[in-house]
Ligand binder design. Structure first.
Ligand SMILES: Nc1nc2c(ncn2[C@@H]2O[C@H](COP(=O)(O)OP(=O)(O)OP(=O)(O)O)[C@@H](O)[C@H]2O)c(=O)[nH]1
Ligand SMILES: [Mg+2]
Length: 328
């Protein structure tokens, strides 16, 4: 995942401490003017290099982040604000180099006391620059902590997204079809772990993603962050399975479940949306008017009835054409 390996960002205090203590050590190894020059060079380099590294560790949101991750990231941290902070840090990095260049000549061809006075002045200015970006460093580190936990999903794999009210059987389905068990990912804004499963058809790997806390209730109940996460899912989904439980065992009347289905179909109008009636093993479902619900498919995950049929339909709907390496 693109934000997984971001390093921690130092605080301004940590960076100043590090720069000045290394500088002191560098100074001790030498004497006279050389000691002052070496101290300045060490402090300025550590500051400008560390700050530059803070910035370059980040991917370019526009070019390197898949729209899915871009939108998810933007739901959690304001990307424009983050960019602003990164550019302030870059400014400070350049400024540290400038201070080095400005003071370096003053530490030559002079007496040691004067040189020490200039070097101290340079240190004060370096510290001042780093303190000025204190809030930006903190914000960048917070963003890093928030984004590190985004779900590990491959946005380029053909993906089936499973939606529906709580308790309709979403997780049961994802767990049932997925080859390797126990894969879960988390969105930082829901407490529920989301299941991410994989299965293969004709040597193509399909990803199947659970959406508890996101696509499990009416749109008007979503907060702003959740709504934006739903937009992100639009970039991810190649097919949407809306599970309904006509038995009502899930605790939600079928009318509400169908309203959610309609809202999802409206929202994801560029994605094939299939309505799947689950729990056909339950007696209440036998007499239910599945046609009246516009159910495309029925299944029981519990008794493994037609789960394969549902996957087949989803794979058909995804209609994925692998890119062949030698095709022009
Ligand atoms: N009878 C019956 N029960 C099922 C079936 N599929 C799932 N269940 C049961 O329904 C309950 C809820 O299933 P989950 O898979 O946890 O539902 P979910 O949609 O993931 O629920 P949330 O994670 O809360 O959104 C569990 O007790 C399952 O055992 C089915 O086909 N038939
Ligand atoms: Mg679940």
């Amino acid at each position: 995942m693109i934000f997984e390996d971001l390093p921690t960002t130092p605080t301004s205090e940590e960076l100043i401490d590090k720069a000045f203590s290394r500088a002191a050590r560098a100074g001790k190894a030498k004497g006279g003017l050389e000691a002052q020059q070496s101290m300045l060079q060490t402090a300025a380099n550590i500051i400008s290099d560390n700050l530059e590294n803070v910035v370059t560790a980040w991917p370019d949101f526009e070019y390197d982040a898949h729209p899915f991750y871009y939108e998810l990231a933007d739901a959690i941290v304001d990307v424009d604000e983050l960019r602003q902070s990164l550019s302030e840090v870059m400014w400070a990095s350049r400024k540290a180099r400038e201070i080095h260049e400005e003071y370096q000549p003053r530490l030559r061809k002079t007496d040691v006391d004067t040189a020490r006075k200039h070097r101290k002045q340079a240190f004060a200015r370096l510290a001042d620059i780093v303190e000025q970006i204190d809030a930006h460093l903190l914000r960048i580190n917070e963003a890093r902590n928030d984004l590190r936990d985004l779900p590990d999903i491959d946005p380029d794999e053909p993906t089936i997204v499973v939606a529906g009210y709580p308790n309709v059987g979403k997780s049961s389905l994802v767990n049932d079809v997925t080859s390797a068990r126990g894969e879960t990912a988390s969105y930082p804004f829901t407490t529920k772990g989301i299941g991410v499963g994989h299965f293969e058809r004709d040597h193509i790997r399909y990803q199947i993603v659970d959406t508890p806390g996101l696509l499990d209730r009416p749109p008007e109940e979503r907060n702003e962050i959740e709504s934006q996460a739903v937009s992100a899912i639009e970039h991810l989904a190649d097919c949407m399975l809306v599970l309904v439980d006509p038995s009502g065992e899930c605790g939600y009347p079928i009318e509400s479940q169908l309203e959610l289905r309609d809202a999802i179909a409206d929202r994801f109008d560029s994605v094939p949306v299939l309505t799947v009636a689950n729990k056909t093993d339950r007696e209440e479902v036998w007499n239910a008017d599945l046609e009246g619900m516009d159910a495309d498919l029925e299944m029981s995950v519990e008794t493994d009835e037609n789960v394969t049929g549902v996957l087949d339909a989803a794979v058909d709907a995804v209609d994925y054409e692998p890119e062949l390496p030698f095709e022009e």
